[in-house]
Design a protein around this ligand. Structure first.
Ligand code: HEC
Ligand code: HEC
Ligand code: HEC
Length: 434
């Protein structure tokens, strides 16, 4: 018993010392926040801000369908309740119209509002902390150039203790790596620009990096793939089997700019939105820089059995209009695909009418769990880019759980060459989360 007490006491001391050292290191490593008078807004600053607000995709969370731009109200469903994004127009009462440059910069860098209260990390300040002050100030100049809109925030619904904002000070101490972007001397100028775009502005890791128990992005598993908002944001590291190491520069650039890469599938769900709202507007130079940086991300491995098969047998022997040989079993799935999907998706993985419907080589049809596949069937797709609109209807109402499971498994078998594991129960669960 005494031994145990001694051991526990020693363990507590070790944890305290290591913990304090860790927090101390964080404090030591922090970049000091500089304070300065507000910068006058010039047309150039506003134009630069408009570009940056798009690159940082503020609209993804601060706009809702049918609402006025940047008035908030977007709901985030978390395991412990629901929080809503807020009005970031220059309205003095309900928006951020009274905020100084310093207030705004502090919110982006530290997640602290003008009144000193802590913001929830659903606002991705863990990424925006890397933004330069100049870029943040330009964004504010743009937001303040838009008409102010009176739109009070919706009250959050959070259980105790998660409704206690002060507790987030501890989250920040433990998890917020609070410093401005630091160029990596091993990378060239374009690659470093790409790193800034990926980690700070474009906050790719907020969806693509796995999270730890504290809901913070895991250091050391950057871009290794994670489930975010119910969608699988795939591994986008340089791993050739599980990431995008095998994609050509052109394929990555096309996917980011147009939401589709030949032989790699299309962007749906949250990635479709990231492309539609944000990434398609990057300059060609910035897209190139982003791609060049992605070429340097440490490879991370994945789950065996989820590697993309670009040309499974049953698919390659099919023509656009007919399956080459009957896939074994799953008569219901085949019949549904023939009646409902084949007119757009074709049998040979090529897609008909639009190459956006090409299923060959897409991760979605190579994941035996069908995470994104079922999501796409439930929500449909509506991707708008300079290439036009890629539209797919939602099948949530038209088909029941067993039918959607059957067609999913058929698609995984035919286009991914894998045994699908989608069950009607799984479809029901995902419906409930829609
Ligand atoms: C992934 C979603 C997401 C993105 C992207 C996002 N925000 Fe937010 N933002 C939120 C949420 C959620 C809140 C509310 C947090 C809270 O109540 O604690 C918020 C709050 C804020 C606040 C605090 C407002 C207040 O009144 O306290 C500011 C300022 C803000 N965001 C600015 C921005 C800017 C500028 C961008 C783009 C650079 C941006 N946000 C991008 C989700 C997001
Ligand atoms: C809001 C969440 C979110 C953000 C932010 C985001 N992604 Fe994605 N990304 C996803 C999801 C979800 C998918 C899967 C889409 C699908 O199945 O159609 C995806 C897919 C991809 C793919 C295709 C991978 C494959 O194997 O098919 C690439 C490449 C990609 N993202 C790159 C990026 C880059 C680069 C950034 C930052 C500039 C970024 N993403 C930001 C959610 C996100
Ligand atoms: C009206 C034409 C149309 C019909 C019908 C249709 N789709 Fe689609 N589908 C599309 C288009 C266009 C896209 C790309 C949209 C996007 O990325 O947002 C797409 C995307 C997909 C994706 C995601 C591809 C990827 O690379 O991430 C899957 C999986 C899919 N469809 C399966 C199906 C199945 C199964 C059916 C039948 C139940 C079906 N679709 C019916 C047009 C259609």
């Amino acid at each position: 018993m005494r031994r145990l007490v001694k051991f526990l006491a020693a363990a507590v001391v070790v944890v305290a010392v290591v913990g304090a050292g860790f927090v101390g290191w964080r404090l030591y490593d922090r970049d000091p926040e500089v304070s300065a008078a507000d910068v006058p807004a010039t047309p150039e600053l506003i134009a630069r801000g408009a570009y940056l607000v798009r690159a940082a995709d503020c609209a993804a969370c601060h706009n809702i369908p049918g609402g006025k731009p940047f008035t908030g109200g977007f709901a985030f469903t978390l395991p412990f309740g629901t929080i809503y994004s807020t009005n970031i127009t220059a309205d003095k009462e309900t928006g951020i119209g009274t905020w100084s440059d310093d207030d705004f910069v502090r919110a982006l860098h530290q997640g602290i509002a003008k009144d000193g209260s802590h913001l929830y990390p659903a606002f991705p300040y863990a990424s925006y902390t890397g933004l330069s002050r100049e870029d943040a100030v330009a964004m504010k100049a743009y937001l303040f150039s838009l008409p102010p809109v009176h739109a009070p925030a919706r009250p959050n619904r959070l259980a105790f203790p998660f409704n206690q904002r002060w507790t987030l000070a501890f989250w920040n101490l433990a998890f917020l790596d609070e410093h401005r972007f630091r160029p990596d001397p091993a990378l060239n100028t374009a690659e470093n620009r790409g790193a800034y775009l990926a980690t700070a502005l474009g906050h790719c890791g907020e969806c693509h990096t796995p999270r730890n128990l504290g809901f913070a992005m895991e250091i050391g598993r950057q871009f290794g793939g994670a489930v975010a908002q119910g969608w699988h944001a795939y591994n986008i590291t340089t791993d050739k089997d599980y990431g995008i190491g095998d994609w050509s520069d052109q394929q990555i650039a096309d996917y980011l700019s147009f939401g589709h890469a030949a032989g790699r599938g299309s962007a749906s769900g949250p990635m479709g939105e990231a492309v539609g709202y944000s990434l398609q507007y990057l300059t060609a130079d910035d897209t190139r820089s982003l791609v060049s940086y992605l070429r340097h991300v440490e490879p991370q491995t994945g789950v065996p059995g989820t590697e993309v098969d670009p040309a499974p047998g049953v698919m390659t022997v099919s023509s656009s209009w007919a399956p080459g040989e009957t896939d074994a079993g799953n008569e219901l799935g085949r019949r549904l695909f023939e009646g409902v999907c084949a007119s757009c998706h074709a049998w040979n993985g090529g897609g008909r009418e639009t190459n956006y419907a090409a299923l060959a080589g897409s991760q979605a049809v190579n994941d035996p769990e069908g995470v994104n596949l079922v999501r796409v069937l439930l929500s449909g797709g509506d991707l708008k880019t300079s290439h036009g609109t890629a539209y797919m209807p939602s099948f949530a109402r038209a088909y029941n759980d067993a039918e959607l499971a059957a067609v999913s498994n058929y698609v995984i078998g035919h286009f991914g060459g894998k045994a699908g594991r989608v069950t009607p129960e799984l479809v029901r669960e995902r419906r409930a989360q829609q």
